[in-house]
Structures are given as structure tokens and as C-alpha cells.
Design a protein around this ligand. Sequence first.
Ligand code: NAD
Length: 266
Amino acid sequence: MTAIRTDLSGQTALITGSTSGIGAAMARALAANGAHVVLNGLGDAGEIEKLRAGIEAEYGVTALYHPANMLEPGEIADMVRFAHGKTGRLDILLNNAGVQHVAPVHEFPEEKWDAIIAINLSAAFHAIKAAVPLMKAAGRGRIVNLASAHALVASPFKSAYVAAKHGVFGLTKAVALEVAESGITVNAICPGYVKTPLVEGQIGDTARARGISREDVVRNVMLAAQPTKKFVTYDELAGLLLYLVSDAGASCNGAAYSADGGWTAQ
Ligand code: NAD
């Protein structure tokens, strides 16, 4: 046995959709373990700068921001070149940006379908396409796609999201096979419900709309399919991510790693 290296000092991680929620938490977790981070995502310029500068100050790493819109393939390729060009390397790519829309399929707006497929699926393809040659040249890389339990199972009224997330897992497997001998791994993390600010807001709204308590909304509406009846936490996802990007994760390739409290065991 040799000592396993989990310290990410000096490595560069690019995290799409990291101005909010899971992406911001994963960027912090990677920076806390020594990685330089390149942030991306939409939002208020002042808030984004506060996040970027805060990560630099708190963790003593370089934190950069690139404003690529995940709807624009050219901007995505530019973001990957920016991350590599500014720091001289690209070790970790976390494809995390995602959006949702809920409606019956016969009423699903075409423009929502197109945007969900573009942001949740095609953007990961464009980022991977640009990153793989750089990682191959370096002889090592870690690509993690932030998918969902909906990469493995479906729920009604989420046709575009479920299709995109199933596609992300397919993309994960195909690329994992292509790069398997290049020191690069490609995996998907599949969370159940995570208590992001967005989800937090929905608890109160749903409670008011249905005339039930917040506890009932969490237990019987949101977490109806999640056997633990607990939200997945940022720290739990960060632990999984850090394992996959570490040297210990070198043989984890082309797989979906569930953190869903048992949802997809049913
Ligand atoms: P969020 O809304 O808090 O964050 C989404 C991020 O994506 C933001 O930074 C946003 O700016 C960015 N983004 C959206 N559209 C973009 C675009 N066109 N260009 C660039 N950036 C864009 O959401 P979240 O809950 O943190 O979700 C993050 C990922 O985790 C998504 O892929 C989501 O599908 C997945 N996920 C979330 C949950 C959950 O319960 N929250 C569960 C499973 C999977």
C-alpha cells in the first residue's frame, strides 16, 4: 500500500453553474482542499464577485470567474480555454449547471424543452469536448457530471429534465470508455433532493398552496420518494465528489454514484 493523495493543492477545477446552490458549495469544497477554482454561472455581478473574492480570501487559492452562457457552445469552449490558459492546467471539470421546468408533456413549451436539453445535457458535451484534449495531454483528468436521481428513474411532468439527465449518464458512460486509458475518469453524481435555496423557497410556497404544514410538505410531498425522509446535504455531495477526483477514485469510471437516501433502490 502507498499513501493515498487527497490534497488538491495546485490543481485547477472548473465548475459550471457555480454561482448558486450545489455548484457554489462544490466550488468551496474543492477550494477548501487546495484547488484553484474557475467559477461560472448567471447572477448579479456584485454577488458573483463577492463569492469569488470570498473563496480566494478564505482558502488561499486562486478563484476566477468566466461568464459563459451554457446555451452557447462557443462560449463554453472559451471558458475551458480560459481555465487552462489562466492557471496552466485543468484537472477537474464539474458539469453542474442545470435548470428545470415542470409541465405535462402535451403542454411542455418547446423553448423550455430546448433550453433544458441545451443547459443540462449539451453544455456538458461541449465542455467535455474542449477539456478532453487538455486532460489527455496532461495524462490525467477528472470529469464529474452533476446528474440526478432522474438520470436513473423518472417522475411525471419532468420529461425534458429526465431525458436530459438520462442523456448525461449515457454521455458519462460513452466518454468514460473513450478516455479510460488516458488517466481520465468520467462519472456522474446522482443526488436526490438537496436543500438548495430554491428548494427551501418551495417548501413555504407548497405549504401555503396545499394548506398543509412545512413538515408535511417535506415528508409527504418533496421527500415522498426519498426513503430517509431527509434532504441530501452539500457536505455529503462534497465527500462523494472529493473521493471521485482523488487518486483513490482512479478506478471509478463510467458509473453513476447515487446520494439519494435510497430513492432509486425502489
Ligand atoms: P441552482 O439553481 O441553485 O444553480 C444552478 C446554477 O446553474 C446557477 O449557478 C445558475 O446560474 C447556473 N445556470 C443556469 N442556467 C445557466 C446558463 N444558461 N448558463 C450558465 N449557467 C447557468 O440549482 P442547484 O439545485 O444547485 O442545481 C445544480 C445541479 O444539480 C443541476 O444540474 C441540477 O439539475 C442538479 N440537481 C439538483 C438537485 C436539487 O435537489 N437541488 C437534485 C439533483 C440534481
